[in-house]
Design a protein around this ligand. Structure first.
Ligand code: CA
Ligand code: CA
Length: 203
């Protein structure tokens, strides 16, 4: 499809070299749209594209005792071809269970681990950040086209959490920035795009 649009563009140029300014303006604007959407390369891609990834979050169970665990399921779709940083924010009454996370691509489970695990005591929240590469989402050698996958993590209840939220913000991974230092806890650039409720009952 992309190639076809590019060929059409060249063809249109040959067909309408200069038939007055109106034609030129009309074809030029059409061509620029075609160029941006089809021949740009390396950009975000299709019309339905929205940022880094679409996300939906759920917890099971959503109410636990201290010492119990909840499973957080994060469904990602339309994943950006640069790869993404999945930022997760949750109340400090919960703790990430080491080695509990994996990425599910169709039937295949891929072990993943967070690059960042940091607590902000003053705000009573913790952050986890997972960097997920394009290659981890790919099914085959076909052209990359907004892939999808499911990230699963476990959190353990530690202290009382009332009306808590587990929030997720996928952002595009900046390829020029080392993932070890890309996330800045002082400036987490966090805007929740999905969330699920959680409650912890502790003595
Ligand atoms: Ca985002
Ligand atoms: Ca990066």
């Amino acid at each position: 499809m992309k190639r076809l649009l590019c060929i059409m563009r060249v063809f249109m140029k040959k067909l309408f070299p200069a038939r007055g300014q109106v034609w030129f303006a009309a074809t030029a604007s059409l061509l620029s749209i075609a160029t941006f959407s089809a021949c740009g390369g390396g950009g975000g891609g299709g019309d339905s594209f929205s940022g880094a990834a679409n996300v939906s979050v759920r917890t099971a169970p959503s109410r636990i005792d201290s010492g119990d665990r909840t499973q957080v399921t994060i469904e990602l779709s339309d994943v950006h071809e640069n790869g993404i940083a999945v930022k997760i924010r949750y109340p400090v009454g919960l703790r990430y269970v080491p080695s509990s996370s994996f990425l599910l691509i169709d039937e295949k489970e891929i072990d993943v681990s967070p690059t960042v695990e940091q607590k902000v005591t003053s705000e009573d929240v913790s952050y986890l950040v997972f960097y997920l590469r394009q290659a981890q989402f790919r099914r085959s050698s076909q052209e990359y086209n907004g892939e999808s996958g499911i990230l699963t993590i476990q959190l353990e209840g530690r202290d009382t959490v009332i009306d808590g939220e587990i929030e997720v913000d996928p952002d595009v991974d900046d390829p020029s920035e080392d993932n070890q230092s890309e996330f800045d806890i002082e400036n987490p650039e966090f805007v929740a795009e999905g969330s699920a409720s959680i409650e912890v009952i502790a003595e």
